[in-house]
Design a protein around this ligand. Structure first.
Ligand code: UD1
Length: 427
């Protein structure tokens, strides 16, 4: 298994290009299942999660060609030859559940393995299933699989429009329901829908395919089902989590970094916290320029919330910054229980953190110290790299396969702005 070795202390200067969003791409790819015409995505990130989704779509009979080194995904789902998403693929990546709504809406049947638990909590899929049931799907849970049926009606549609009132905001359930509703008979109203930029991106892509959608980016999305969707080409939105991660690098190390393709509207709540901590963010013609105002940042309290609140996917990285802040910060995790596994690893580097339930109290120290640490999940792993950039001495982050799920060329991107970072191939 590969490791990443970071030597701390260098100031960072230069530009970092931000890729297309992993989470947007993972929901845009299953949209190909809604049409028998080609769907092409540009600005796709080159990540192992994208390869896993490619594998899943291929197993269903879709064709996925990676062009231009993987930045363009040319997909075609002319015929689906298989309607079962197998456990062996689904267990690798929870986003696999996103093939359920499209397959059901198109062909009236689908079997998808339940994803099971993951490192950051129970993460059930009940809201996905309830939304599809409201649209007329009959579901049965058997042998760890969801068996879904919705026989076509006289008009050739499997699902029917419905009012779906989500009891809590779920990104994935909103995406599954949105895709399914595009081909349903009649109107669907999704209430308490997620407002994340990835949902807006999905709605734009579906509209380019001929779907009738209004209200994306607000908490009520209305979809008028159509008989069929056609082909389209769609650029994937910028990855706001990769953006926020690299914005934290100069905040932790000092220096000045411009994140190319960055936009404030993608990271508004995060920028407010950076400002409160003493980090400047300036919009330029090509992105966002970030620098620290003083020698050491100030402590700030952070609560994770659905968009437009502070994203849970930036909580671990923000904690790495606050480990060296002046004063005491409290981080509250409201989206996923058990999402503080990075805390004990950061403590191995000298951080002072007290985790109690959904809160972590971080008392800033002047300097972290390099150590051997272990990545426990995707965002946790990059938080350890950020901490390593600020630490005295050498930090070795092992189990970096988590990192490769969500960050392309992390060592190249950070190395190009002056970080001392290298990947060591393991056996
Ligand atoms: C997506 C993102 C993930 C991010 C998360 C929250 C992708 C591939 N992943 O995950 O990176 O951290 O949004 O911004 O886009 N819940 C239920 N029942 C359900 C679904 C969710 O109880 O059926 C709960 C979850 O356990 C969690 C909360 O709802 O507590 C939010 O989860 P959700 O927004 O669905 O996250 P994902 O779509 O899985």
């Amino acid at each position: 298994m590969d490791s990443i070795i970071v030597k701390g202390g260098a100031e960072l200067r230069g530009q970092i290009p931000i890729a297309g969003a992993k989470n947007a791409c993972l929901t845009l790819m299953p949209a190909t299942l809604l049409s028998d015409e080609p769907l092409t995505l540009t600005n796709a990130p080159r990540l192992s999660d994208i390869r896993t989704m490619t594998q899943l779509l291929s197993s269903l009979g879709a064709e996925v060609a990676q062009l231009q080194g993987g930045q363009v995904l040319a997909m075609s789902s002319h015929d689906l030859t298989n309607h079962t998403a197998d456990y062996d693929i689904v267990r690798k990546m929870r986003a696999s559940i996103l093939v359920l709504g499209p397959m059901l809406a198109r062909d009236g049947h689908a079997i998808v393995s339940l994803p099971g638990g993951c490192a950051i909590g129970a993460r059930p899929v009940d809201l996905h299933l309830k939304a599809l049931e409201a649209m007329g799907a009959e579901l049965e849970l058997r042998d760890g699989y969801v068996h879904a049926r919705a026989p076509h009606d006289g008009r050739g549609r499997a699902l029917r429009g419905a009012v779906v009132d989500f009891p809590l905001v779920s990104v994935g359930a909103t995406e599954n329901a949105l895709m399914a509703a595009t081909l349903a008979h009649g109107t669907t109203e999704l209430r308490n829908a997620a407002r994340e930029p990835e949902i807006v991106d999905l709605a734009r892509c579906l509209r380019a395919m001929g779907a009738q959608i209004e209200g994306e980016g607000t908490s009520t999305i209305t979809i008028q089902g159509v008989e069929r969707l056609h082909g389209a080409t769609h650029p994937v939105v910028t990855d706001r989590i990769e953006l926020g991660t690299y914005m934290l690098a100069p905040a932790i190390c000092g220096g000045e970094v411009e994140c190319l393709g960055g936009r404030i509207d993608l990271v508004g709540a995060f920028c407010e916290k950076l400002d409160a901590a003493g980090v400047s963010v300036e919009e330029t013609d090509v992105g966002l320029r970030v620098s620290r105002r003083n020698g050491r940042v100030d402590a700030v309290d952070v609560t994770t919330e659905p968009f437009p609140g502070f994203p849970t996917d930036l909580q671990a990285q923000m904690m790495a910054l606050l480990c060296t802040a002046n004063g005491v910060s409290v981080l509250e995790e409201k989206i996923f229980e058990n999402r503080f596994m990075h805390a004990p690893e950061l403590m191995r580097m000298g951080a002072k953190i007290d985790v109690h339930g959904g809160h972590a109290t971080v008392t800033g120290v002047e300097r972290l110290k390099g150590a051997r640490v272990m990545a426990t999940d995707l965002r946790a792993s990059v938080s350890l790299i950020l901490a390593g950039l600020a630490a005295e001495g050498e930090t070795v982050v092992s189990r970096v396969y988590h990192l490769d799920r969500g960050y392309e060329k992390v060592e190249e991107k950070l190395g190009a702005v002056g970080a001392q970072i290298e990947r060591v191939q393991g056996e």
